[in-house]
Write a protein that binds this ligand. Structure first.
Ligand SMILES: *Cc1c(COP(=O)(O)O)cnc(C)c1O
Length: 435
């Protein structure tokens, strides 16, 4: 892009999108095709052997998907990106590329419920052990690292506890052990924080949420900084002949692109969670307005969180944008525009009913807000995590993930903030008066 480093808003619209060379179409074309014609047999062989860049088959790459990948890499300040069918598959191919049977992962206990079960159930069954660290003190992460540990994993803004990761502290711990820091930045998006600028090596998104932004499309994306030296003692596979590719060497042949190339040419090849071109198009469309939507999301969130905090029916509000939140200073440092639009709060128990009962009644009483299992929609969404998104966790895991029984999670939308407050107020009234 030209002789000027474009700003965030410009890149949200233009990165990865140039007018179509053949037709002149200005909007991103949807290349709804499974495969791509080769010039001749030697061209086909060279593409398959990764000796020549070019499209082969849409499980491995597709021009519409590539446009979305380039846009997110640009916004995150990364070297490149690989998009996938969902956020969880983005995590899975990343973990699968770095850890195998006998290896170990150190992860925050404050994760999205599906991320906890992915690590705790499926990866454990494949022989990859995870230690979940409670709280956010980097020293506790350091203490959990063994000689088998391949990576540190945390969410920048934890869903739903609202804890903020100490990015610089975690990066220092990871790099002192020559392992990468991998950050799930789903709730922040590159508009609120770019983890690579604070030392993260890999950034993962559920694009399903704020990147797409309209609750229409599942997708995920892995972005890499290009700075981590993968060919170190922990990752011998990056520096050994690759039999399935004629003995080439990921690090030797692809240098700083080793991780991303392997993610695509090996993990997408073998595991297969490709993002569909149509989904990539919807997500790329959403990203064009990301800066405006996210600003409206955090502005509305401040209004809603402050209103809740001042309401006597509310016991606590876990939004790090409020003074008094234990991570308020960290939020100001890492997320100065605001610590996201997803937070949780607790409804106060009264003499006769538990917080859990009132919380559930509250959720059944909202009108404008939607009761469903998603975040990051333009619409305001609410849910009761303990009985839904985190229901597969045991009691201890619930406590570790900061999910109390009466907790309500809200993803504040971009409607008129007065209307959101009105709806929450009437639902609280109905819930607390037992009507
Ligand atoms: C939703 C979510 C995921 C999983 O993403 P999917 O697109 O649903 O697979 C991972 N991490 C966080 C923080 C999420 O909110």
């Amino acid at each position: 892009m030209a002789d000027r480093e474009y700003g965030f808003r410009t890149r949200a619209i233009h990165a990865g999108n140039i007018p179509d060379a053949v037709t002149g179409a200005r909007a991103l074309p949807i290349y709804q095709t499974t495969a791509f014609v080769f010039d001749d047999t030697s061209d086909a062989a060279a593409r398959f052997a990764l000796q020549k860049y070019g499209n082969i088959y849409s499980r491995l790459g597709n021009p519409t998907v590539a446009s979305f990948e380039e846009r997110i890499a640009s916004l995150e300040g990364g070297l490149g990106a690989v998009a996938t069918a969902s956020g969880l598959s983005a995590q899975f191919i990343t973990f699968a590329s770095l850890a195998g049977a006998g290896d170990h992962i150190v992860a925050s206990a404050n994760l999205y419920g599906g991320s906890i079960t992915q690590l705790d159930v499926t990866l454990r069954r494949f022989g990859v052990e995870t230690t979940f660290v409670q709280g956010s003190d980097p020293a506790d992460y350091a203490a959990a690292i063994t000689d088998k540990t391949k990576l540190l994993f945390a969410e920048i803004i934890a869903n739903p506890s609202g804890e903020i990761a100490d990015l610089e502290g975690l990066a220092d711990v990871a790099h002192a052990h020559n392992i990468p820091l991998i950050i799930d930045s789903t709730i922040a998006t590159p508009y609120l924080n770019r983890p690579i600028e604070w030392g993260a090596d890999v950034v993962i998104h559920s694009a399903t949420k704020f990147l797409g932004g309209h609750g229409t499309t599942l997708g995920g994306v892995v972005v890499e900084s290009g700075r981590f030296h993968w060919a170190n003692e922990h990752f011998p596979l990056f520096d050994q002949p690759v039999p399935s590719y004629g003995g080439l060497n990921w690090h030797g042949n692809f240098g700083e692109y080793a991780f991303l190339t392997r993610l695509r040419a090996e993990q997408l090849r073998d595991i297969g969670p490709a993002l569909s071109p149509h989904s990539a198009w919807l997500l790329a469309q959403g990203v064009e307005t990301l800066p405006f939507r996210l600003q409206a999301h955090v502005d509305n969130t401040r209004i809603v969180a402050e209103w809740l905090q001042n309401d006597p029916r509310i016991e606590f509000v876990n939004w790090a944008g409020l003074t008094g939140h234990p991570h308020h200073d960290r939020a100001l440092k890492y997320l100065p525009k605001g610590p996201g639009a997803v937070f949780s709060f607790g409804v106060r128990a009264d003499g006769t009913r538990s917080g859990r009962e009132i919380g559930q009644k509250f959720i059944e009483s909202v009108n404008l807000a939607s009761h469903l299992a998603n975040i990051g929609d333009a619409k305001t969404l609410v849910i009761h995590p303990a009985s839904t998104t985190h229901a597969q966790l045991n009691e201890q895991q619930l406590v570790d993930a900061g999910v109390l029984p009466g907790l309500v999670r809200i993803s504040v939308g971009i409607e008129d903030p007065e209307d959101i407050v009105y709806d929450l107020d009437q639902a609280l009234t109905r819930a607390t008066e037992g009507k």
